[in-house]
Design a protein around this ligand. Structure first.
Ligand code: NAD
Length: 329
């Protein structure tokens, strides 16, 4: 079995090579993002291993099928970039890694909250410049604040557990309430009830056709003035232009983004010597009360090991004609 591994980064290669000692699979790493322009590279690989910004639209899938690809192994939880209907029609199998380390993303979400709240990013810059003035660094106690968690699956639950440790009041929205969350004493409310009550709102739901731009000008207006908004889920859940306007008029007090709706071609790459053409991104990233991280919430040693191990188990089982349990249809 040969795996064509796209969007490969040094940390992927280290963790997959280490884990592959138990599997002994032939992996060819490509540092390119899979797209129509380079899909020919995948010719002859029965398995294509892809990540969040690889393009697996119908056009690309058709070319992959022509080249002999039978399995699309997503090495991530989200699969909004895969046309599952086209894949099924083409007779391909698609698998993902539904749970590798929900704590990695939950802890990063809370890191964004604490950084924005206690202005750690500003303090870091100031103290390096021997400026120990505290003006402009006033934060708030997390204790007693109300946090709205939208999406209460694996990452939502892990986030709730951390927030309860701070003494936050947590309320939640999910179309499919989770008994584990109810058992933690959390109340489920509808979004219109959640928005005005929360000091912090954090997104932990997948991006689907129905919730694109879930957070937009209309929903920002329903929130408490000065609210902190955190998105470590998928960029398309939040209208970045509307967020910029809401930051300008002070309706959003701070914004922490690990994902961005136009992150494809930007995140995971070194763009430090280029002029970023995306004006919304440039304006947002110039705000002192906005923090971007480049889709790194998953990036812990534990998560990378789990991703490698589940991905290689998935493809090995499928190649043997067995069920791996992570098939997407
Ligand atoms: P999960 O499947 O365990 O939970 C998702 C929850 O969202 C489910 O309970 C589901 O009912 C709920 N949901 C679905 N549609 C919703 C909606 N419209 N509104 C509110 N809730 C809704 O998934 P998970 O493992 O907790 O991951 C959540 C998301 O986090 C993934 O879909 C992915 O997009 C994102 N993620 C990001 C990173 C990162 O590095 N930034 C890493 C992993 C996952």
């Amino acid at each position: 079995m040969r795996i064509g591994f796209f969007s490969a980064k040094p940390y992927d290669i280290v963790h997959f090579n280490r884990t592959n000692k138990q599997f002994n699979v032939d992996i060819e790493y490509f540092d390119y993002r899979l797209c129509m322009q380079n899909v020919k590279l995948a010719e002859g690989y029965e398995v294509v291993c892809a990540f969040v910004n690889d393009s697996l639209c119908e056009e690309v899938l058709v070319e992959l099928a022509k080249g002999g690809t039978k399995i699309i192994a997503m090495r991530c939880a989200g699969f909004n970039n895969v046309d599952l209907i086209a894949a099924e029609r083409l007779g391909m199998q698609v698998v993902n890694v539904p749970a590798y380390s929900p704590e990695s993303v939950a802890e990063h979400s809370v890191a964004l909250m604490l950084t924005l709240n206690r202005k750690i990013h500003k303090a870091y810059q100031r103290t390096r410049d021997a400026n120990f003035a505290l003006s402009g660094l006033v934060g708030f106690n997390m204790f007693g604040k109300t946090v709205g968690v939208i999406g209460t699956g694996k990452i939502g639950v892990a986030t709730i557990k951390i927030l309860l440790g701070f003494g936050c009041k947590v309320i939640a929205y999910d179309p499919y309430p989770n008994q584990a969350v109810i058992d933690l004493g959390i109340e489920y409310v509808d979004l219109d009830t959640l928005y005005p009550q929360c000091d912090i709102i954090t997104l932990h739901c997948p991006l689907t056709k129905d919730n694109h731009h879930l957070l937009n000008q209309m929903t920002f207006n329903k929130m408490k003035p000065g609210v902190m908004v955190i998105n470590t889920s998928r960029g398309g859940l939040l209208n970045a232009f509307d967020a910029m306007e809401a930051l300008k008029d002070g309706h959003i007090g701070s914004l922490g983004l690990d994902v961005y709706e136009n992150e494809k071609g930007l995140f995971f790459e070194d763009k430090s010597s280029e002029i970023i053409q995306d004006d919304v991104f440039r304006r947002l990233s110039a705000c002192h009360n906005v923090i971007f991280t480049g889709h790194q919430a998953f990036l812990t040693d534990e998560a990378l090991n789990a991703i490698a191990s589940t991905t290689l188990t998935n493809v090995t089982k499928l190649m043997l004609g067995q069920v791996c349990g992570n098939e997407l249809f």
